[in-house]
Design a protein around this ligand. Structure first.
Ligand SMILES: *Cc1c(COP(=O)(O)O)cnc(C)c1O
Length: 355
């Protein structure tokens, strides 16, 4: 381990790697043998340790459970075409985590601690990185308040846990989404741009209602009269209208996706005009009416792109044209996969090669 950050290591003597069927992965089905723990106390991050993956003892009074100081990241490591392992856009994920931590009054990390921790963990469990095209090692850094205190306060102690697990390529069947005109995911002035646990808990109810009505996800809006679109479920969202790719502009109610950023860059590389601007429910319906709504898709680390086949608003549902390998969202997916596998030159410095 080539690290300036000192990381202690306890080997897992009960490896479950041999029990993994890499042909039948499922998101979250398997966790790798090790996890990394780093405590924050007395005003500083302590030396991390890599230990066997397993339960964490905790008192029922830890602040995260009661008052919600809990944040996370989601990123991936890939087996590259040359057999090496690469972590995708680690700096971009780190920058977002820093913003999230600041928003939640949690202590910042150094990039060195973050990067060395993830690299060391991935290296220890490199046998867990799947080989198959499109599959990956999912990396989940989690940080939560673990001061034991039965009163409302900003925690003075935190635990960072980084855990990983092999996941298959995720090709969702095209999604049916409902434009949400009642419930919000994020409010102006709120925490919508932070990747904090509470944003998810608060979003489940509307999603559950949409599912009961035959949809897979909701298209979140700003709930204004125009119903400006914000995101699709837990993904950012893009619309291809008359050859132009449109995505809502970043704001404090939109989570800044790393995939969103990668897609904007790759689409421009492909010569596609990308507009970051407001797009309302009305504009989407009018574009469909005019026959120029060509594609709509979600964008996130899990799926890369997730095509949308139907969009509902109140009693009306519009159906989009079918997707094939020539669809822009499929081409973007292939391009990004190639970038991550290293079969395209890494001209943006997105890959951190580990081992
Ligand atoms: C994580 C997340 C995304 C997608 O971000 P990626 O970095 O592309 O995975 C989009 N929206 C929300 C609400 C998220 O939590």
């Amino acid at each position: 381990m080539n690290v300036n950050t000192k990381i202690s290591f306890t080997q897992n003597t009960n490896s479950t790697l041999s029990e993994v069927n890499f042909n039948e992965l499922d998101f979250g089905k398997y966790m790798s043998d090790h996890m990394l723990l780093a405590h924050y106390k007395n005003g500083a991050w302590q030396e991390p340790s890599i230990v066997p993956f397993g339960p964490i003892p905790m008192m029922p009074t830890i602040l995260a459970l009661h008052y919600g100081q809990s944040v996370f990241e989601g990123m991936k490591a890939f087996k590259m075409a040359d057999g090496k392992i690469s972590i995708f856009r680690i700096k971009k994920h780190f920058d977002r985590l820093q913003r999230t931590l600041a928003r939640m009054c949690m202590p910042p990390l150094t990039f060195e601690l973050f990067e060395e921790s993830i690299k060391a963990l991935v290296e220890v469990d490199k046998g867990w990185v799947p080989e198959k095209d499109g599959s990956s090692l999912y990396i989940r850094p989690l940080i939560y308040a673990n001061e034991e205190k039965f009163g409302v306060k900003i925690s003075e102690e935190y635990l960072m846990i980084i855990m990983t697990g092999p996941v298959p390529p995720f090709y969702p069947k095209p999604l049916r989404v409902k434009i949400e005109d009642r419930y919000g995911r994020a409010a102006i002035g709120g925490t919508g741009a932070a990747k904090c646990a509470g944003n998810y808990g608060g979003a489940f109810f509307a999603t559950q209602l949409a599912r009961e009505n035959g949809f897979d996800q909701v298209l979140w809006t700003d709930l204004s009269e125009d119903l400006n679109i914000e995101e699709s479920g837990t993904m950012n969202v893009f619309f291809l209208i008359d050859g132009k790719l449109i995505t809502p502009p970043l704001s404090e109610t939109i989570l800044e996706g790393v995939t969103r950023d990668s897609i904007i860059i790759m689409a421009r590389e492909m010569g596609i005009t990308v507009e970051e601007r407001k797009i309302s429910a009305k504009e989407i319906l009018a574009a469909h009416e005019a026959g120029i709504l060509q594609e709509a898709f979600g964008a996130g680390t899990a799926a890369v792109t997730a095509p949308i086949c139907a969009i509902g608003l109140k009693e009306k549902t519009i159906e989009l044209p079918p997707y094939d390998s020539n669809s822009v969202c499929m081409k973007l997916q292939q391009l990004l996969t190639a970038m991550r596998k290293g079969t395209l030159p890494d001209k943006f410095g997105w890959n951190t090669v580990v081992a």
